[in-house]
Design a protein around this ligand. Structure first.
Ligand SMILES: C[S@@+](CC[C@H](N)C(=O)[O-])C[C@H]1O[C@@H](n2cnc3c(N)ncnc32)[C@H](O)[C@@H]1O
Length: 264
């Protein structure tokens, strides 16, 4: 408890990250990882294998950029540092340990940024139409540009629309229809892909593409999926990730994700 309080106080954050609870989510994610490490091993192994296979296929391995790096549970820092000369981590919040490591290793750089450029505009969203216009406007913008031998979008794509959707639901005081949410998720994901395409270097993207809820008996309760056009990307593999077995997120259901990995 004392350690956590220090972590809350000492982790560098931007006002935006604090406002939208990214510090809290980051610390919760680490706790969930420690509780569920055993269940997550097949997922982590898949992430590391697609990363190594992609890295080995490159003509050179000088630099790598990881978008949505979080705690690097999926591609550990030592693997990145052993494979590439320069490592850049990009996230809206970085854990304290990465700040400390970046001071120690000049080969490690942190970039703190909102990869949607939507977060500082959430307060002005009053309706779903406002969010749709914002998503449309952002789709025409160059939000980020990186140059590296490899740019990894690390389980980030499905997260990008979550806070904007949440902000609108709070304003309009109703839960959005699944089709409304899916359409916004698709738009944010495609803007992310378009920006990645504009980056210089090979790309590796892995992301959850489907969520599966099962009840206590293991019977299917719900599946959700959002469309994304991965034209010009090559599918490397797909796997299932038991994110939260029964009693982790709820005593009534488990949550599993279907992950897909693409190279471009
Ligand atoms: C599921 S985690 C990624 C897990 C990570 N790849 C790992 O190995 O632990 C998603 C990450 O995306 C980041 N994120 C979510 N929305 C973001 C945004 N708009 N801009 C930048 N990072 C964002 C979160 O802070 C979080 O660290």
């Amino acid at each position: 408890m004392l350690l956590e309080s220090f972590e809350f106080l000492l982790t560098p954050t931007t006002p935006l990250a604090r406002k939208y609870g990214f510090l809290y989510s980051s610390i919760s994610l680490r706790h969930r990882y420690h509780r569920q490490k055993k269940n997550w091993i097949p997922h982590l192994k898949n992430c590391q294998e697609v990363f190594l296979e992609t890295a080995q296929s490159l003509p050179q391995r000088k630099s790598v950029v990881v978008l949505g790096s979080a705690h690097l549970h999926e591609i550990p820092l030592h693997l990145l540092m052993d494979t590439f000369e320069q490592v850049t981590l990009v996230d809206v919040i970085h854990p304290l340990k990465h700040h400390l490591q970046s001071k120690r290793y000049s080969r490690l750089k942190l970039i703190t940024m909102d990869l949607t450029q939507a977060l500082d505009q959430l307060q002005s969203l009053n309706t779903l139409e406002d969010l749709e216009s914002l998503a449309k406007k952002l789709a025409g913008e160059q939000i980020f540009h990186f140059e590296a031998d490899l740019i990894v979008s690390a389980n980030l794509m499905s997260q990008l629309a979550l806070l904007p959707l949440d902000a609108v639901e709070k304003k309009i005081k109703r839960t959005l229809e699944l089709s409304e949410k899916d359409s916004i998720c698709t738009q944010f994901a495609e803007t992310h892909l378009k920006n990645l395409k504009g980056c210089t270097g090979a790309k590796l993207i892995y992301s959850d593409r489907e969520v599966i809820y099962r009840d206590k008996q293991g019977e299917l309760m719900y599946t959700g999926h959002y469309d994304v056009n991965f034209a010009n990307y090559k599918k490397l593999r797909e796997w299932n990730w038991m994110l939260a077995p029964l009693k982790e997120a709820s005593k009534d259901y488990s949550i599993e994700m279907k992950i897909e990995a693409y190279k471009g």
